[in-house]
Design a protein around this ligand. Structure first.
Ligand SMILES: Nc1ncnc2c1ncn2[C@@H]1O[C@H](COP(=O)(O)OP(=O)(O)OP(=O)(O)O)[C@@H](O)[C@H]1O
Ligand SMILES: [Mg+2]
Length: 251
């Protein structure tokens, strides 16, 4: 495997007024790693993912994305090739046909005019249809997105990500709103695609079982700090019990 470092975090700190959400967090993630971020509610998982995505400014610390400071990337085309995000609520445009949502993955490549035209005449249809087939949505390209089930909409979001084809994928609890069978399905598909394309995946999860089943490395967080950072096979039940254990007086 290549040893290119895709995400390097040096002493990341984030304060929200008095609240410390990230406290001097450091780690580095290599190309091709499948990283699960776990930890109790409020540990700072979302804040960390949002910082890496450039959505939340850090209080202090440094983030290098593929060797360059995050601040050196201009938003738009270059950054969209580098990094893609999947959210729990998918950010799809409900009233549009599925294919238009999938092609939105090309937005930053195409510029506004072509993107708007694509709302009428789907450009690069084949690309979108192939991505939809890959996620098991054959024949759904022209359905109205909001008529699809939650699991199907998450697949549309994945097809869009395939069209965007970024090097790093960040996902914040991507299966939290799905039933266990569908969640399993989506994670299997996501991790397979990421492996095929040698992308790097960082996903927060509430399910330790999914983290162990699909990810090669687990970074656990507690109170804005890294609690442990280990290859999945080295994560023990004792460590997990300690991670989720409530301290005296904490609720
Ligand atoms: N915009 C904000 N303003 C103030 N405090 C915030 C803000 N966003 C997050 N926090 C605080 O920062 C801490 C970390 O929150 P974060 O959402 O990152 O946790 P999390 O690990 O994602 O939790 P969960 O598992 O519940 O999603 C929490 O104490 C939270 O209340
Ligand atoms: Mg969160």
């Amino acid at each position: 495997m290549s040893s290119k470092i895709m995400v390097e975090a040096n002493k990341l700190t984030k304060h929200f007024e008095r609240k410390i959400a990230l406290s001097s967090l450091s780690f580095s993630i290599q190309q091709g790693e499948l990283v699960a971020l776990i930890g109790p509610s409020g540990a700072g998982k979302t804040t960390l993912l949002n910082s890496i995505a450039g959505l939340v400014p850090l209080t202090s610390g440094e983030l290098l994305i593929d060797g360059q400071p995050l601040s050196a990337y201009k938003k738009g085309k270059v950054f969209a090739k580098k990094m893609g995000v999947i959210r729990q609520q998918f950010d799809l445009i409900g009233p549009l046909a599925v294919i238009h949502n999938v092609l939105a993955g090309k937005l930053s490549d195409w510029g506004m005019i072509k993107s708007l035209i694509s709302l009428l005449i789907p450009q690069e249809k084949t690309l979108a249809i192939q991505a939809l087939e890959r996620v098991g949505l054959n024949g759904k390209a022209y359905e109205i997105t909001s008529n699809l089930s939650g699991g199907e909409q998450q697949r549309v979001a994945m097809a869009r990500l395939m069209v965007q084809n970024p090097e790093i994928i960040l996902a914040d609890e991507p299966v939290a709103s799905l039933d266990p069978a569908r969640a399993d399905d989506i994670l299997a598909m996501l991790t397979n695609i990421v492996k095929e394309k040698k992308q790097t995946l960082i996903t927060s999860l509430h399910s330790v079982d999914y983290a162990k089943k699909y990810f090669t490395r687990i970074i656990s967080m507690r109170n804005g700090e890294v609690f442990f950072d280990l290859p999945t096979e080295e994560v023990t039940d004792d460590l997990l019990a300690e991670l989720y254990h409530l301290k005296n007086g904490e609720r």
